[in-house]
Design a protein. Structure first.
Length: 138
């Protein structure tokens, strides 16, 4: 299974490059692939797609689910981030299995890395929100 490291690395790098391309260079190529204002563009174009997690439902619980654990289904940028992170986790897992560090419990390792990333990300994001709120109170 160690042979999967190279394809996972290539896929992760491609996802990272595509994230930058759609975020900072949308008009270079992607703008020509989708009809302006179409539902497809609203999923692919980060100028609009970041808002999908909040507009698909008015239910606050579903908004939380779509903006945290299932954010990768709401827009292309977050899907690419999901691909990138899981390629990295997959590489780490394959290397740990190869060197018998984790005794082949790869599923738990992948879950742990995803949950760990999510907890740290959400905590950091919440801290920035609190700092913003504090700044606006003064």
């Amino acid at each position: 299974m160690i042979w999967l490291v190279i394809p996972l690395a290539i896929l992760g790098i491609m996802a990272s490059a595509t994230m930058d391309e759609i975020q900072f260079h949308w008009k270079r190529i992607f703008a020509y692939w989708f009809n302006t204002g179409s539902n497809v563009e609203l999923w692919f174009n980060p100028t609009y797609s970041w808002n999908n997690k909040y507009t698909w439902t008015k239910n606050k619980y579903l908004q939380w689910v779509l903006s945290s654990p299932l954010v990768f289904i709401t827009d292309f940028w977050h899907f690419l981030k999901f691909v990138l992170l899981n390629c990295l986790y997959g590489i780490i897992t394959l290397l740990m299995i190869e060197f018998d560090v984790w005794n082949n419990h790869w599923g738990w390792l992948m879950l742990g890395m995803n949950l760990g990333w999510g907890v740290i990300y959400e905590t950091t994001s919440a801290a920035y929100g609190l700092l913003h709120d504090y700044k606006n109170l003064n």
